[in-house]
Design a protein around this ligand. Sequence first.
Ligand SMILES: [Zn+2]
Length: 336
Amino acid sequence: MALITNALTIDVEEYFHATAFSSAVPPERWADLPMRAGEATRRLLDLLASRGIRATFFVLGWVAERDPGLVRAIREAGHEVASHGYGHRPIRGDGRGDGRGDGRKDGRKEFIEDTDRSKKLIEDLIGEPVKGYRATTFSIVRETLWALDVLAEMGFAYDSSIFPIRHDRYGIPDAPRFPHRHSSGLIEVPPGTARVLGQNVPIAGGGYFRLFPPSFTRWGIRRVNEKEKMPVVFYVHPWEVDPDQPRLPAGRLTRIRHYRNLDRTEERLSDLLETFRFGTIGEMLEQLAPQSMEPCSSLRPPHLDPLPQERKREASYISSLSPVTGERARVRGSIA
Ligand SMILES: [Zn+2]
């Protein structure tokens, strides 16, 4: 049996960007703190180069603006560069407004401005369209599904923001677990989960990878790859391989979630890359037959529709996601 290519994704942001620190370290203070993401990300680039693995990097616009050389280095090493928004603000509101006037209440204007700013910044640096998006703290939840249509209108090809789990801050527990298509054409690429006793359990990386024993993640990925014959989307942050980062004031739960096992993560990641096959999100999608993308019947239209059956359209769509062989996705004009 051919090995399944899982997606390795890296959310390039600083240690002080985590939403859990947003009251301790508000955005006005970010510029006063030492930046460390560049160094940690370059170490991850070295690790990937030594393994011959390409990954998808969801870069925060705030970081791209201050370290443009890092974004170029990621692309020049052959990786896929995607957007993690600009200012690390979770999406919020019902999105009902027309995007004019005071958009604070409905969240739409704020979301469009933040996303457009980051997309343009990164596209200027890499000289090609940005096709992928991941929201701050997986903040596309039931109330913010409207953001998916905005992403499609902005020319994104895929989103990786809907975590199909139960969590205190995010998640749509009954959302599909594997790549699927929204009615707009946008492909959804959910972070990895395994089914345990009728529940979706996260095996996707991040805190789950640091807090649980590594054997749990290995068990989960093996189970999904071998039993379900599907890929897993895995994520890691540069600050998770930076044990020397300055400690920020936070409550006990946040300290555990954010700081535990930072000194072990790089080695654990290296072991994981030896054990399973990983690639970019584009490479992961390329191997999936169009009909294998589970229709999203659990999320009702108008936001989400079952997959269209036209294989031809599907095939060309997926090939457009490939960073190297595929044609480039068309960049639409700004809708901000
Ligand atoms: Zn983030």
